[in-house]
Design a protein around this ligand. Structure first.
Ligand SMILES: NC(=O)c1ccc[n+]([C@@H]2O[C@H](COP(=O)([O-])OP(=O)(O)OC[C@H]3O[C@@H](n4cnc5c(N)ncnc54)[C@H](O)[C@@H]3O)[C@@H](O)[C@H]2O)c1
Length: 439
């Protein structure tokens, strides 16, 4: 990818209707991006089907949901869930009786991890076990799903999986420093990536965030062939991240959160879509803006790029509704602090030399630096302090808006997608929101 390919026109076509099936490939969380797509699928009358990643028992063995857990998850989704655990990654997999990668990491300490070495031949065996487990489970899911999609229907597969951080104490401490630390607590993301621990984490990210999309496309080949033969169409979407264009100095400019440690995996996800597309399969990765969700909360400062959405709402023909969004944010701030003050702080931050140096698309994903951590984490803390309540933030409101806007953009574009990788920037999201709310 030499430069981002933005979606510039609000799409309106829709091939999906009652009787068609929407399959969510990942679990649904309250603030998660997938809610936007599901809302649209429901509005079109589609049948919703979901999956589960399963749960771990006290011995870390993967199990399906209990009846009670299943009922809650189905109620939350508004559709049936195929109860075969689809936890991706190999951090807790190993040949029978042998240690898992998580076991191997268990001995690492904050003092030793940069020198600690891993047995890569063994890790590779664990990876093979994990991949085989996942693909077998996908095959079981697909055979159940096959019975739920009638001939001639359209199917929409929405991949949302991302993750793969092994659950080991030492990494929690490292992550707290890399993503939240500045000054004495700063830690370089490069140090992580150069260590064996970091290399293992990147491999696991590849599995969870990217390769699962490939397994989904391969695993559903028979369903795709049957539906296409009987007059139906099949689409695949996935959520990417590769920076976002936001308003800086009055212009839409590409910027990114750094260090986005999953960046390589997200580029691999793009390649999966490109390879499928080259074979005539309509698979599209939508690179989405930074919002606050269960998955992104750890990255302090990721939310800073969200504030200029308010400016975009006004710029993109914003009327009363756009103005109402400004008004909804004002009471969240401390007395004596205006939204204009806050946006000015963001503008100063974005136009600073440090941040400008990170707007380098070709070098993405760039390492963090002390100067970046100082500026980004410092600004994030100052902005949070401008609010009344740390739990009720302007970015909470704006995250919900982005999620709402990406829903119809992804859903309608996917009827006739322009390509395998598309960016949803603040301009198109603001335009979509203004259009929806003007009606
Ligand atoms: N939050 C953001 O700022 C942002 C920005 C751009 C793209 N995205 C992408 O959007 C997608 C949804 O993320 P979200 O931020 O809405 O958060 P979320 O926490 O709601 O979703 C994360 C998803 O990953 C799945 N998942 C996590 N670990 C898994 C594992 N080991 N195996 C299988 N599935 C696993 C979860 O079931 C869930 O469906 C992700 O692909 C994410 O990278 C997020």
């Amino acid at each position: 990818m030499i430069s981002p390919i933005p979606l510039r026109d609000v799409p309106t076509g829709n091939i999906f209707r009652k009787g068609d099936v929407f399959v969510l490939f990942g679990e649904l969380f309250g603030r998660g991006y997938a809610n936007g797509l599901i809302n649209e699928a429901k509005k079109s009358g589609m049948t919703i089907v979901g999956i589960t990643v399963g749960r771990r028992d006290e011995n870390n063995a993967l199990r399906a949901l209990t009846n009670e857990e299943l009922a809650i998850a189905e109620e939350n989704l508004g559709g049936r869930i195929i109860n075969v655990p689809l936890m991706a990654g190999f951090d807790l997999d190993a040949p029978a009786g042998e240690p898992t990668p998580t076991d191997l990491l268990g001995g690492m300490t904050l003092k030793s991890w940069q020198e600690d070495k891993l047995d890569w031949a063994h890790i590779d065996k664990c990876r093979e076990v994990g991949v085989a487990r996942f693909r077998n489970s996908v095959a079981r899911v697909m055979s159940e799903l096959d019975g739920l999609i009638p001939d001639g229907a359209n199917a929409f597969f929405a991949h949302t999986m991302a993750g793969g951080i092994p659950k080991v104490k030492v990494f929690l401490a490292i992550a707290n420093r890399i993503y939240k630390g500045r000054g004495e607590r700063f830690m370089s993301s490069r140090a992580l990536l150069d260590s064996d621990l970091g290399k293992l984490i990147l491999m696991n990210f590849d599995e969870v965030t990217a390769n699962t999309f490939q397994y989904l496309i391969e695993g559903s080949a028979a369903i795709r062939a049957r539906l296409e033969k009987s007059g139906g169409q099949v689409r695949y979407t996935a959520y990417g991240y590769h920076g976002t264009e936001i308003l800086i100095d009055g212009q839409y400019q590409w910027q990114t959160y750094s260090n986005y440690t999953q960046g390589q995996a997200k580029m691999r996800l793009e390649q999966v879509a490109e390879a499928a597309w080259a074979q005539g399969i309509k698979a599209t990765v939508y690179n989405c803006p930074e919002i606050r969700t269960n998955s992104s909360d750890i990255f302090v400062g990721v939310e800073l790029s969200l504030f200029p959405l308010l400016l975009a709402l006004t710029k993109e023909n914003g009327g009363d509704w756009a103005e109402a969004q400004w008004q909804a944010c004002r009471p969240l701030l401390q007395e004596g602090v205006t939204l204009e003050d806050l946006l000015q702080k963001i503008e100063t931050y974005n136009t600073s030399e440090v941040m400008a140096g990170y707007r380098n698309f070709a070098a993405w994903p760039m390492d963090n630096s002390e100067a970046l951590a100082d500026r980004m984490i410092g600004t994030s803390e100052e902005i949070t302090q401008m609010h009344h309540d740390r739990k009720e933030l302007v970015v909470g409101h704006l995250s919900a808006l982005v999620l709402e806007g990406t829903g119809p953009l992804m859903f309608y574009e996917t009827s006739h997608p322009a390509g395998p990788v598309l960016w949803l920037n603040h301009d198109i999201i603001a335009r979509q929101l203004n259009l929806m709310h003007a009606q």
